[in-house]
Design a protein around this ligand. Structure first.
Ligand code: XUL
Ligand code: CO
Length: 438
């Protein structure tokens, strides 16, 4: 079969001193880190939609990148995209891909027709998976692009829309399972509101929860024992999205007794849109036992929208990988590059430069995260900061065995707090710089 990226050879690890334009300088798939090959630790994934479909179109102009791969006929193009995806995975040493149903096969005039397209293309993907050993990290149903979802899908006021979404999600579960996915993602791009003047918020949230329960029940009935993820995002396209951030989603999952089934898929640019750092969102997920998977990208802090850039910020990559390590690494999840090249980076080669940049940044991030623990100064400082709790009284309070009157008596005897110690933020930031750049 002829190559779709004939200019690109398989990208090799050549080390930091390499002068090659297309080489990994830090990502060495076979290097063993934390007891695993780097490729197994990172579990990088291609995002099918941005990589094979996004053309660089924006609100002010049509696409700049040609992703027709020599054909414009819908189904032929769908086959070509599969070929392109598998060629890229091979050339970049990426083992996983993530997809929406509508990325891999065109939507037909009816649900039945769309499902038939999915059956046909997924047969071909399974064949390519068997030949290559490549895997599906997660699948998701696109219940936001088609105009029928203008008011939402699981939260639509129109019952027919809810029913259609349920049908689409059922099929997506079938296809995801067929491709061996270990994750099912739910991102509610239009599950929210534009104005409360026309919205029954509680009614909509009840319905969304019901839809998710049905999805879990159905997947389990098919023998699925992988993860379910909600991917939080505060806004865009909807003004206010119900899956605002990790804390909001956790409260929703607990309220509707979905917390045993769902984890979180945390995306960097969604965190910053919610006014949080990426590390904050990962920490909230981890501390509450909801850490699952990651959409690795970055935003532009001067812009207020989701730019989905390839991640190259080493601080963020390091602090992200620090949280991943502390969470015990990925189980069913991984690092999906939910990222697209800039509109002006329109050549197909740019896709490779972008993935190499993201993978190298995360490889550096992983090494830096390990170095933070090995260095010890930051973690020792944190341990010392809380050391006043190590004695008998602290242990008693944390065990829930102290009372307010008892502590009041101690406070009265104390008179006032006599000592406090500095948080030493600047000292710690300097250490982080040393670790990252020395
Ligand atoms: C949108 C986004 C989605 C989800 C899957 O901002 O991140 O691509 O990852 O629907
Ligand atoms: Co995403």
């Amino acid at each position: 079969m002829s190559e779709l990226f004939p200019n690109i050879k398989k990208i090799k690890y050549e080390g930091p001193k390499s002068k090659s334009k297309m080489a990994f300088r830090y990502y060495n798939p076979d290097e063993v880190v934390l007891g695993k090959k780097m490729s197994e630790y990172m579990k990088f994934a291609i995002s099918y939609w941005h990589t094979l479909s996004a053309s660089g179109a924006d609100m002010f102009g049509v696409g700049t990148a040609d992703k027709t791969f020599g054909t414009t006929e819908d189904m032929q193009l769908a086959y070509k995209k599969v070929d392109a995806c598998f060629e890229m995975m091979d050339k970049l040493s990426i083992d996983y891909f993530c997809f929406h149903d509508r990325d891999i096969a065109p939507e037909g005039d009816t649900l039945e027709e769309s499902n038939k397209n999915l059956d046909e293309i997924s047969d071909y993907i399974v064949k390519k998976q068997k030949e290559s050993g490549k895997k599906c990290l997660w699948g998701t149903a696109n219940c936001f692009s088609n105009p029928r979802y203008m008011h939402g899908a699981g939260t639509a006021p129109n019952l027919d829309v809810f029913v259609f979404a349920a049908g689409q999600i059922k099929k997506n579960i079938d296809i995801s399972l067929k491709l061996g996915a270990r994750g099912l993602v739910f991102w509610g791009g239009r599950e929210g509101y534009e104005t409360l003047l026309n919205t029954e918020m509680g009614f909509e949230l009840d319905n969304l929860a019901m839809l998710l329960h049905m999805a879990v029940d159905y997947a389990h009935s098919k023998g699925y024992d992988g993860d379910f993820y909600i991917e939080p995002k505060p806004k865009e396209p909807t003004k206010h999205q119900y899956d605002f951030d990790c804390a909001t989603v956790i409260a929703f999952l607990k309220k509707y007794e979905l917390d045993k089934d769902f984890k979180l898929n945390v995306e960097a640019n969604h965190a910053t849109l919610a006014g949080h750092t990426f590390q904050h969102e990962l920490r909230v997920a981890r501390e509450n036992g909801f850490f699952g998977s990651i959409d690795a990208n970055q935003g532009d802090m001067l812009l207020g929208w989701d730019t989905d850039q390839f991640p190259t910020n080493l601080y963020d990559a390091a602090l992200c990988m620090y949280e991943v390590i502390k969470a015990g690494g990925f189980v069913n999840g991984g690092l999906n590059f939910d990222a697209k090249t800039r509109r002006s980076s329109f050549e197909l080669d740019d896709l490779f430069y972008a993935y190499i940049a993201g993978m190298d940044a995360f490889a550096q991030g992983l090494k830096a995260a390990i170095a933070i623990t090995d260095d010890g100064r930051i973690e020792d400082f944190v341990a010392e900061r809380y050391s006043s709790w190590n004695g008998e009284l602290g242990t008693k309070i944390r065990a829930g065995k102290a009372s307010l009157p008892e502590l009041s008596a101690l406070a009265l005897a104390m008179g006032d707090v006599e000592t406090n110690i500095s948080g030493r933020q600047e000292y710690l930031e300097n250490i982080l710089n040393q670790i990252l750049f020395s």
